[in-house]
Ligand binder design. Structure first.
Ligand code: SAH
Length: 226
């Protein structure tokens, strides 16, 4: 899969892709990641990418022209499945969205800044708008990294043991209900007087599976009641 991220702050995106699972996906050539500095697509000496908003008010708006130039230069080389804009008023990111996007070949992700982008960018260049939650961050870089992580870890070969994907929150299902994960424990079996649930030490896989499902259902119900 190829991912092109367009940003005014490329440095913000460095470390997430230079560590752990995301780095591994790039090293193994399972992900072909390209980060583009929007300022490389401006002509003026000050590398301006934003301006005051029409109608007045505080905050700068990112201009369409540099974004259009950057997207056009990418589209000239290949066909993209989606051009995604990270935005707090987009569709809420979910496991379902990540699962679907993980099956795609080429994605562009646009990170906003300041007040966001000129509406005409959204109307004419973007095919999908994604929010990572109902709160506002100062830029789209961290949301883009979150989206990439959630997609990339699903790509075959990225995780050491793909079986672990089936047993995670938002992937475990029972009777069409999507569950969160059961509690996990590791050594020591007794920590300062607190025991691990006995069933997990029993070696009885049937009983363990039953206990885990019950716990996952209990936790999901609790969350749904909150
Ligand atoms: N004025 C906008 C917020 C802009 S925040 C509004 O009120 O809706 C600046 C940039 O940060 C956005 O363009 C977007 O790319 C990013 N961003 C902020 N919060 C986000 C969120 N919850 N999900 C995804 N992107 C977000």
């Amino acid at each position: 899969m190829r991912i092109d991220i367009i940003t005014a702050l490329p440095d913000l995106l460095k470390s997430p892709f230079e560590t752990s699972i995301l780095k591994k996906s790039i090293d193994l050539k399972l992900i072909d990641l390209h980060i583009h500095n929007l300022r490389d697509f401006t002509k003026d000496n000050y590398k301006t990418i934003d301006d005051n908003q029409f109608g007045g008010g505080a905050g700068m708006v990112m201009m369409i022209e540099p974004i259009k130039k950057c997207i056009d230069s990418l589209k000239k080389e290949r066909i993209y499945d989606e051009v995604i804009y990270m935005t707090p008023d987009g569709e809420m990111l979910s496991q379902k969205i990540s699962n679907r996007l993980s099956l795609k070949g080429n994605l562009i992700i646009l990170c906003g800044h300041y007040k966001g982008v000129d509406q005409r960018v959204r109307d004419s260049l973007i095919t999908k708008e994604i929010s990572i939650g109902n709160y506002v961050l100062s830029g789209g870089e961290l949301p883009a990294a979150v989206l990439c992580d959630s997609i990339i870890r699903l790509i075959p070969g990225v995780l050491g043991n793909p079986e672990s994907l089936k047993e995670e929150s938002h992937s475990i299902s029972s009777d069409d209900l999507i569950l969160v994960e059961y509690p996990n424990y590791t050594k020591p079996a007794n920590w300062r007087g607190i025991d691990v649930p006995e069933v997990l030490l029993s070696g009885n896989h049937g009983q363990i599976a039953k206990w885990r499902l019950e716990q996952a259902e209990r936790r999901t119900n609790q969350l749904n009641q909150e």
